[in-house]
Design a protein around this ligand. Structure first.
Ligand code: C2E
Ligand code: MG
Ligand code: MG
Ligand code: MG
Length: 294
């Protein structure tokens, strides 16, 4: 009996919980050196305006290539970076790198639209966060309105007092503010109304069923109506099919992002899209029901 209990204990410590802890510990060790070893780069995913069919901006998405572990996705390493505080240095790198890229496209005479970056709660709590943003904009000679900051609904709601303070500062500076992954957290509508937000990004989980599930369509519709009633424009994340696009078009969603138009791409390929002035053919789409990317 004692032996069995002993084995159970052993299994517990050696089980999935311990494995996850070990993996996080390992990632933390590798992440600590990743910045100076230049293992990060950014991909950019275009956001498309549904009125014009044109690229209206980009979301910078962090990529990590570890020589030891290969490519590791942000969904796995961002939480480790956040927990350990490494996100502060990494977030600064993302900010500077994304703005320098935007300034470069602009200097080439391309019209890149807005550059959006993801910001984590730890960054938002930095007392001089807004000053850092202002300095990075000035360094790259960009207007504050050319930058958008995405903050997840969960991050906004878990620390309302810091979020309110920081969002008010950033909004006074003139930076655009978006609530990311909307629908996955628990928003207080009262707070949502008081934050100086510009945009709401509907989480992919509500976009995926569009065109096939009436119940989920009702939720997406409600989110769009809510956003508009709060004077926010709407970006749908993770649009992969024409059926999803058609639904969003006929429900007054302003912008889309997703594999249907483009995956996140390295900077060189983004530049090509801008030069080609690549568009979603949205003019005849509602009448013919067909959507083309050309
Ligand atoms: P997010 O900000 O919600 O970014 C959207 C995610 O959806 C990205 O995943 C993107 O590649 C993916 N995606 C876009 N279109 C589609 C589609 O049509 N279908 C599918 N299945 N997926 C699509 P990614 O790049 O793996 O990033 C995951 C999350 O990691 C991001 O979610 C964001 O929360 C976080 N993240 C990425 N870069 C950064 C960063 O620089 N800083 C911080 N703090 N977080 C970041
Ligand atoms: Mg985002
Ligand atoms: Mg999102
Ligand atoms: Mg997401």
């Amino acid at each position: 009996c004692a032996k069995a209990a002993g084995r159970n204990t052993y299994e517990f410590y050696d089980g999935p919980v311990a494995e996850r802890a070990l993996r996080r510990h390992q990632l933390h060790g590798l992440l600590r050196q990743a910045l100076e070893r230049r293992e990060f780069h950014l991909h950019y995913q275009p956001r498309v305006d549904l009125l014009s069919g044109r690229i209206s901006g980009w979301e910078a998405l962090l990529r990590w290539n570890s020589p030891e572990e290969g490519a590791i996705g942000p969904a796995e390493f961002i939480p480790v970076a956040e927990e350990s505080g490494l996100i502060l240095g990494i977030g600064d790198w993302v900010l500077h790198h994304a703005l320098a890229q935007h300034a470069h496209w602009q200097a080439l005479g391309l019209a890149p639209g807005i550059m959006a970056i993801n910001v984590s709660p730890r960054q938002l709590r930095l007392p001089d966060f807004t000053q850092r943003i202002a300095a990075a904009l000035a360094l790259n000679r960009l207007q504050p309105g050319q930058l958008e900051i995405e903050i997840t609904e969960t991050a906004l709601m878990e620390d309302v007092s810091h979020a309110t303070l920081r969002l008010n500062e950033l909004s006074r500076l003139g930076v655009k503010l978006a609530v990311d992954d909307f629908g996955t957290g628990y928003s207080s509508l009262g707070y949502l109304r008081t934050f100086p937000l510009d945009r709401l990004k509907i989480d992919r989980s509500f976009v995926t069923p569009l065109g096939s599930d009436a119940h989920d369509e009702a939720i997406a519709h409600a989110i769009i109506v809510l956003a508009h009633s709060l004077d926010l424009t709407v970006v749908a994340e993770g649009v992969e099919t024409e059926a999803q696009l058609r639904y969003l078009l006929s429900n007054q969603c302003e912008e889309i992002q997703g594999f249907l138009f483009s995956r996140p791409l390295p900077a060189g390929e983004c530049e090509r899209l801008l030069r080609e002035d690549r568009r979603l053919a949205v003019d005849d789409r509602v009448s013919t029901g067909s959507v083309a990317v050309g």
